[in-house]
Design a protein around this ligand. Structure first.
Ligand SMILES: [Zn+2]
Length: 330
């Protein structure tokens, strides 16, 4: 029977998004299972992204959550993918308190061409093909940033976008940045129920624990390698169906995959789709720009409109609002 530090918090209701960390003591490996549903629906359906943009975004959001929860930080973890392909930019971030958000910028025409345009050049609205990274992102880079506030140093890791899938690209990052040996499996899928779309995404990650060897001189290297290989094989045995099944609790899935290793489960970390934008933040951005330069941003009625890329909230400013902002800047 597996133990848990806080069994009550490992409960999972289908409508909740979160990460369930675990440890396989016998193998010297730790990991996490991240599953997202409602927060993806909130982000993706709000923007109405085509399927071939939405699935990479869903995968990037679950990858972001898996990486963020494997680090100790207090602030914001950001994953950014940029390239010269149809999807120009994809940004997703997660705060320590579990607020998740994301958006993508893409070129509709390039996307239609990449997917194979239908008759008369009309896009067929297809899904992202298998191994879509080169096709949809082109040449580009994958960057991770940890921002812990004003008076701390930002950590950034950047690697070229190398690999067919986002999981491959993450593996490139782990290798190139000399991280601990890490394996990750990512799945994302949209289902349609009575005409309503629902998203599910999951990431299963395992990582070798360095502290396992600390201070020991009797470490059997071959055994450590065999243990690591075993953990990766067990991780890879998870099927897409069970990773994405909202009715299969995360706890049950982990026990199913790793039962012989007696997985130890830790407190579940819940996530919710929430944007951090506010009028005060936009005020600060505007204040950093010269007032004359805002003229380009004015709409027909003369107001300045600023839209949050993450949540599409529009903040409008008339001349009186601008007077107030620039008066407080003086
Ligand atoms: Zn926003």
């Amino acid at each position: 029977m597996a133990s848990s530090e806080d069994p009550s918090s490992s409960d999972e209701r289908p409508a909740q998004d979160g990460a369930l960390p675990f440890q396989l003591d016998a193998l010297g490996v730790r990991g996490r299972l991240v599953r997202l549903g409602p927060s993806l629906d909130a982000v993706i359906e709000r923007h109405g992204y085509p399927l071939a943009v939405a699935r990479p975004l869903a995968e990037a959001m679950v990858l972001c959550a898996a990486l963020a929860t494997s680090l100790k930080y207090d602030g914001i973890f950001t994953l950014q993918i940029s390239g010269d392909g149809p999807i120009r930019l994809l940004v997703t971030d997660l705060t320590t308190d579990g607020a998740l958000r994301g958006y993508a910028q893409f070129d509709s025409w390039k996307l239609a061409v990449a997917l194979g345009a239908g008759p008369n050049g009309i896009p067929q609205g297809g899904d992202a093909p298998e191994g879509y990274v080169p096709k949809l992102f082109g040449r580009g880079r994958l960057a991770f940033t940890v921002d812990q506030g004003q008076h701390t140093q930002r950590y950034q890791g950047v690697v070229p976008l190398e690999g067919a899938t986002l999981a491959d690209c993450a593996h490139t990052y782990f290798r190139q940045s000399e991280q601990l040996p890490t394996g990750i499996k990512i799945e994302a899928r949209r289902t349609t129920d009575n005409g309503t779309h629902h998203w599910r995404a999951a990431a299963l990650m395992v990582q070798q624990m360095p502290e396992f060897d600390a201070g020991r001189i009797d470490v059997d290297r071959e055994q450590r390698e065999d243990d690591w290989r075993k953990a990766v094989i067990l991780m890879a045995s998870a099927t897409e169906a069970e990773m994405l099944d909202p009715k299969l609790p995360a706890m049950t899935l982990l026990h199913r995959l790793f039962h012989a290793e007696q997985p130890r489960l830790f407190a579940r970390r819940p996530f919710v789709a929430r944007c951090r934008c506010s009028r005060e933040r936009i005020d600060r951005v505007l204040r950093s720009i010269r007032r004359e330069e805002l003229d380009d941003l004015r709409d027909k009625s003369g107001r300045v409109a600023v839209k949050c890329e993450f949540c599409s909230t529009e903040y409008t400013y008339d001349d009186r609002d601008l007077d107030r902002i620039y008066a407080s800047a003086a």
